[in-house]
Design a protein around this ligand. Structure first.
Ligand code: UGA
Length: 432
């Protein structure tokens, strides 16, 4: 099939590359000329394991192409995917849909034969209705169909999540479009992915409800971890024990720092805003947002206690600053709260991240990037493990530091407390 992906962010680029790998002809469109020219040279704008190889392979065999020309790319395609950003509006919890609607208007200028317009951007319920109205101003309704097909890709795991999804959700009010999309996804369905066809508005809500539920699950275990710390038991045992119940499930039950990223913080706020619009109080999600917001303060206070309220002049090695491992994404990372807090309290921070230094910390006092894990740990009083990159899992603390009083604050529970204590070092984890 001939596909056009509008927007070359995580969703558009990963989906475009994967669809082309499944044998479709794909054009990825972006208005950013530099990005498009770079993509043609094989320069990938985001860090995503496996993406570069996939893009290069399919660009070379001409199944994947890049363009800034939206109108002509849409004209050449049977199915058009909208994959643009829907950030939170300034001074509001609502999603900013201006990019989605602008693309809708552009598409309406280019429909020359029947096309399916698939919205993959995360959008509030009724956005599909609005896109349909925008296009219907210029195009006869017989010549297009607007479908919702939310994505469930995780950064860092996006290609695997695309190829082996738990489910594919297609929300459409017309059977013909559902049939065509089922055919498009048939290579994944034949490998075991479940295909759910539903109404367009339902598909839009499934996306928000999924992210809100996962954020709730994480916040729940984070609060249980707080309780475990007080009681003196290990939250990892609790996660295993409750996760073995198939009704609960073991995934997304890892206690850690506040959840972050470009999706959970934004989407929990947006679903609450949809609740308000439809006069429904989503009180559980509201308290999840509140609990997560206070989590970085809570972890900072715990560090303060560990250091006996003596952060001033301490040297802290901060390992991993992105919102999670296997990404270079800093959006809503809890390090953006923790590092400025520690710097304000007079600590010297030496941070290391496998994806390099971050401009977000350039202006902070006493915060510097270390080129290696060893440089970061050497001469430090405390090591904070903020993300669980594989590179961190085999650190030999004794080899990297001569400090016999080195404190390890393992915010991802990577290490076994007893093994670290056997080295004579002080160990603190989350909920243990
Ligand atoms: C999330 C969803 O998992 C995807 O299904 C969805 O498609 C995506 O949002 C989106 O809406 O685009 P992502 O933001 O890439 O994916 O990251 P996650 O792996 O879900 O992690 C989100 C946050 O939760 C991170 O801060 C992570 O460290 C935290 N987390 C995750 C935990 O603290 N514990 C866990 O057990 C799992």
């Amino acid at each position: 099939m001939k596909l056009c992906m509008i927007g070359t962010g995580y969703v558009g680029l990963v989906s475009g590359a994967c669809f082309s790998d499944l044998g479709n002809d794909v054009i990825c469109v972006d208005k950013d000329l530099i990005k498009i020219n770079n993509l043609k040279k094989g320069i990938i704008p985001i860090y995503e394991p496996g993406l570069e190889e996939l893009v290069l392979k399919n660009y070379k065999n001409k199944r994947l192409n890049f363009s800034t020309d939206l109108i002509n790319s849409v004209k050449k395609s049977d199915i058009v995917f909208i994959c643009v950003g829907t950030p939170t509006k300034k001074n509001s919890n609502k999603a900013d849909l201006s990019q989605v609607y602008t693309v809708g208007r552009e598409i309406s200028k280019s429909i020359n034969k029947f096309k399916i317009i698939v919205n993959k951007s995360t959008v509030p319920v009724t956005t599909g209705d609005e896109i349909e109205k925008i296009i219907a101003k210029k195009v006869n309704k017989k010549n297009f169909s607007v479908v919702s097909n939310p994505e469930f890709l995780r950064e860092g795991e996006a290609i695997r999540d695309f190829i082996y999804p738990d489910r594919i959700v297609v929300g459409s009010n017309e059977e013909k479009s559902t049939r065509i999309l089922k055919n498009l996804y048939s290579p994944l369905v034949s490998k075991g992915a479940k295909f759910q066809s539903t109404k367009r508005r339902a598909a839009e809500l499934i996306k928000y409800a999924s992210n809100a539920f996962l954020a709730t699950k994480i916040t729940f275990i984070n609060e249980i971890a707080n309780l475990c710390e007080k009681i003196g038991i290990d939250v990892e045992d609790i996660s295993i024990g409750i996760g073995l119940d198939k009704r609960i499930g073991s995934r997304f039950l890892r206690a850690g720092p506040a959840y972050g990223g470009s999706c959970f913080p934004k989407d929990t706020k947006a679903i609450v805003s949809t609740g308000d619009q439809f006069r429904t109080n989503l009180s559980v999600i509201k308290s999840v947002i509140k609990s997560n917001k206070s989590r970085s303060d809570l972890l900072a206070k715990r560090l303060s206690l560990i250091l006996k309220n003596n952060i001033n002049n301490k040297t802290i090695s901060f390992l991993g600053v992105t919102f999670k491992a296997n990404t270079d994404d800093m959006r809503d990372s809890s390090s953006l709260k923790l590092i400025p807090y520690l710097s304000k309290k007079g600590a010297k921070i030496k941070y290391y991240d496998p994806t390099g230094s971050k401009k977000e910390f350039d202006k902070l006092k006493n915060v510097e990037f270390s080129k290696t894990i060893k440089d970061s740990i050497n001469n430090s009083d405390v090591v904070i493990l903020h993300t669980d990159w594989n590179d961190f899992k085999s650190i030999n603390f004794k080899k990297f530091s001569k400090n016999k009083k080195l404190i390890i604050y393992d915010m991802r529970n990577i290490f076994s407390p007893s093994k670290i204590k056997k080295l004579g070092l002080k160990y603190f984890g989350i909920g243990r």
